[in-house]
Write a protein that binds this ligand. Structure first.
Ligand SMILES: [Zn+2]
Length: 95
């Protein structure tokens, strides 16, 4: 279970509502990491620029995966561990 620093995410420009449910997800092909707020359906592409977020809804494709360029990429069924997140660009989002 990952613990997210929601106030820091908000300070850095994340879209937070107070009922947030953040998870870390990975591309099923290349395991690139993404931050996802399940409450608002916002997926964040860039750990250094939280304005790069996209609304994830049924029937509309996200932009291609930033890692492998796959156009119709899906979230991996294998969750990221806290160590994987810590070692990646998104390490700062964890408490
Ligand atoms: Zn990918």
């Amino acid at each position: 279970m990952l613990e997210f620093n929601i106030s820091l995410i908000g300070q850095r420009g994340g879209n937070v509502c107070g009922q947030d449910h953040f998870v870390m997800v990975a591309c099923e092909h290349c395991r690139s990491h993404y931050l996802y707020n399940e409450a608002l359906k916002d997926i964040y592409y860039d750990a250094d620029d939280l304005s790069r977020r996209f609304f994830r809804i049924e029937g509309i494709n996200l932009p291609p995966c930033k890692g492998c360029g796959s156009i119709k990429w899906l979230f991996s069924e294998h969750p990221l561990t806290d160590v994987e997140v810590q070692l990646g660009a998104w390490g700062w989002v964890l408490e």
